[in-house]
Design a protein around this ligand. Sequence first.
Ligand SMILES: Cc1cc2nc3c(=O)[nH]c(=O)nc-3n(C[C@H](O)[C@H](O)[C@H](O)COP(=O)(O)O)c2cc1C
Length: 199
Amino acid sequence: MSIAGPGEGAPAHRTACVAAPGCDATSALLAPWLTRRSTGPRKLVAPGPGPGECALLLQAAANVSDHGRLRPCRIVPADTDQRERYAQAFLAYAAAARGLACAALLDAQVRDEECAKAFGAPCLLSVVARIATDVPQVPPHEQWMSVGASLGAVLGAATALGYAGKALSGPRVAHPAVRAVACGAGEVLACFVYLGSRP
Ligand SMILES: Cc1cc2nc3c(=O)[nH]c(=O)nc-3n(C[C@H](O)[C@H](O)[C@H](O)COP(=O)(O)O)c2cc1C
């Protein structure tokens, strides 16, 4: 994505602060979006967003541009029970990916790594998409853009609250056992968002 500089499309009064070095108030206001960097789940430590802050993140995710108000994105915070179900599903995925008949045949290190993906970060969110195919005026790509906007809103809002995190998908999100943890029929597990604090 290219970013328009001053005079390249944005009104002058909107670009003045961005263009002016040392505009501290604007820089501070925009810092979560100007400086956000991903931090992977293995590097995240407590605290993560609590229930009240998670509710704000979900509100930010819901309050994005959404043609037709189809609400193509659901964000699901994982409680302990759901993390346990993810751990079992990740083990099933890992076994299938290695051609093993069951998770009990995985070696201990792989088992530990898979469980860490479910329990490692202080906060785990599932980004679930439901893309309607019967609404011609809102084609799938527009709905996916809205899903992406929700992801960006969650990451931006989490950064604004002082947290760090990362969106991760990988082939495991397509495994039926993994998808079934948070998705219903016709839904796609778009990615996970891991949130917490930098050490
Ligand atoms: C939907 C989605 C899924 C992603 N899945 C992965 C992934 O599985 N593995 C990975 O290394 N990065 C993945 N990324 C990219 C990272 O979240 C991150 O954006 C990237 O490493 C760049 O780092 P930055 O955000 O600090 O610029 C994904 C991004 C998105 C939007």
